[in-house]
Design a protein around this ligand. Structure first.
Ligand SMILES: Nc1nc2c(c(=O)[nH]1)N[C@H]1C(S)=C(S)[C@@H](COP(=O)(O)O)O[C@H]1N2
Ligand SMILES: [Mo]
Length: 410
């Protein structure tokens, strides 16, 4: 991959020439440019280009952009309303003609590399709608605050992905009986721009990798995957923390042990094995932490937007989505009296396994005044969302407390 910097960390002469071409002029004082300093004109692209103007920017180095819940009203999330979670910098140059996918690791008979065209030609294509929720979605609800993006509840999307099944590829490569895990490698850059470091390289146990819905995708909602969502190739694994769905995918390693890439260490994407008091610090060993797998049951209200004002006697239509990791949702209820009583909502089946489910209802309010409308989902194992923020944990993961909106009836 092209780098703008030489081994000593200074901008290459060729890069400076390219910048001069882009700007139509030389950079004045180019010799005074600090090491590793990329002029603005050449920096990372604007992640907000093509995004809805109501998207919430959590940060731009790296880019992290959240969807307000009312923007998630569509059944299939459109690209302009999809949250972005980057750990590093998007690849500087992508040439689809040169893009390949390599399968390697201790547990393959022999490594194998496919060109983009081979992947498309050799294996059957599938399209699934898949719920990808950041493991840290809802982090802002925890106190004391956990470090990381202070997401509200909008780091989730459910778009339609098209590609080939990872299991078909792994069967073609041939994996050994000692395979226990896969780990992905993407072509984004570490924030330090050090090519030896990876921004993130996570994975899943082999059984999840071999599921029908685990895709190596090149299309999102019927078009090329946009740059910020992993163009040209992406691993997509529904129902688990979205951090296992590797963007800008170039390599998958089949491992004979739990994958040990970047963001698999420390307490990244891990929960304490035993509940801890808020603020507790724990050694980050396997004795105390487990890797997050299937995400917990959750629901959101996408209509109306919080703060809705209606007139007395009006019936308020209410709708949203619900999901439950590898499980499905079997019940949705809403409450207008802080959980004292609940009324059941209509709930649809998912279009396919691991896609969110739509729910809707309508509410009549008894008297004028200020209300909170709460929504609660229960999964097919009978586990419901808690009404208050659940188990505090050092990484601020898995806050699936009931979502609520304010409604004023006047
Ligand atoms: N290569 C690569 N893959 C990645 C990431 C990344 O930074 N680099 N971020 C992960 C995380 S933490 C999340 S939540 C999802 C976000 O996907 P999105 O930006 O398409 O919404 O991508 C995952 N895959
Ligand atoms: Mo994430």
């Amino acid at each position: 991959m092209k780098s703008y910097f030489n081994r000593r960390g200074f901008l290459k002469k060729t890069s400076l020439a390219a910048i001069a071409t882009t700007l139509g002029s030389e950079i004045v004082f180019a010799d005074k440019l600090p090491r590793k300093y990329l002029p603005i004109a050449f920096g990372e692209k604007d992640a907000l280009k093509g995004k809805n103007t109501d998207m919430i920017v959590q940060g731009d180095k790296p880019w992290n952009v959240e969807s307000p819940l009312n923007l998630l009203d569509d059944r299939v999330t459109p690209v302009d309303k999809m949250f972005i979670r980057n750990n590093g910098l998007i690849p500087e140059t992508i040439d689809i003609k040169d893009w390949t996918l390599t399968i390697d690791g201790e547990s393959v008979a022999a490594p194998k590399t496919y060109t983009f065209e081979e992947l498309k030609k050799k294996f059957k294509h599938y399209t699934y709608q898949l719920t990808l929720e950041c493991g840290g979605n809802g982090r802002s609800g925890y106190y004391p605050a956990a470090s990381g993006n202070q997401w509200g509840q909008g780091a989730v999307h459910c778009a339609e992905w098209t590609g080939v099944k990872l299991k078909d590829i792994l069967k073609d490569v041939g994996i050994k009986s000692d395979a226990v895990y896969i780990g992905y490698h993407g072509k984004d850059l570490h924030l330090s721009r050090d090519p030896k470091k990876e921004a993130i390289s996570r994975g899943v146990p082999i059984a999840k990798a071999m599921e029908d819905e685990t895709l190596i995708a090149w299309q999102l909602n019927g078009k090329d995957i946009p740059e910020f969502h992993g163009y040209p190739l992406r691993l997509v694994i529904g129902g688990w923390p979205a951090s296992v769905s590797g963007k800008w995918l170039s390599r998958i390693s089949v491992r004979n042990k739990v994958h040990d890439g970047a963001k698999m260490e420390g307490h990244s994407y891990k929960m304490p094995k035993n509940p801890v008091a808020p603020g507790t610090e724990l050694p980050t060993t396997d004795e105390f932490f487990r890797i997050i797998e299937s995400m917990p049951v959750k629901s959101i209200i996408t209509f109306p937007k919080t703060g809705a004002v209606i007139t007395s006697g009006e019936i308020l239509p209410l709708r949203g989505h619900a999901w439950a990791g590898d499980k499905s949702v079997k019940k949705i209820e809403v409450s207008i009296d802080f959980g004292a009583t609940w009324q059941s909502c209509k709930l649809e089946a998912p279009v396919n396994r691991l896609a969110w489910q739509h729910w809707n209802t309508s509410i009549k309010f008894p008297v004028k005044g200020y209300y909170e409308v709460w929504v609660k989902a229960t999964d097919d194992a009978g586990v419901a969302q808690p009404m208050v923020i659940p188990s505090w944990n050092p990484g601020g993961y898995l806050n699936n407390a009931c979502e609520r909106i304010a409604v004023k009836v006047g």
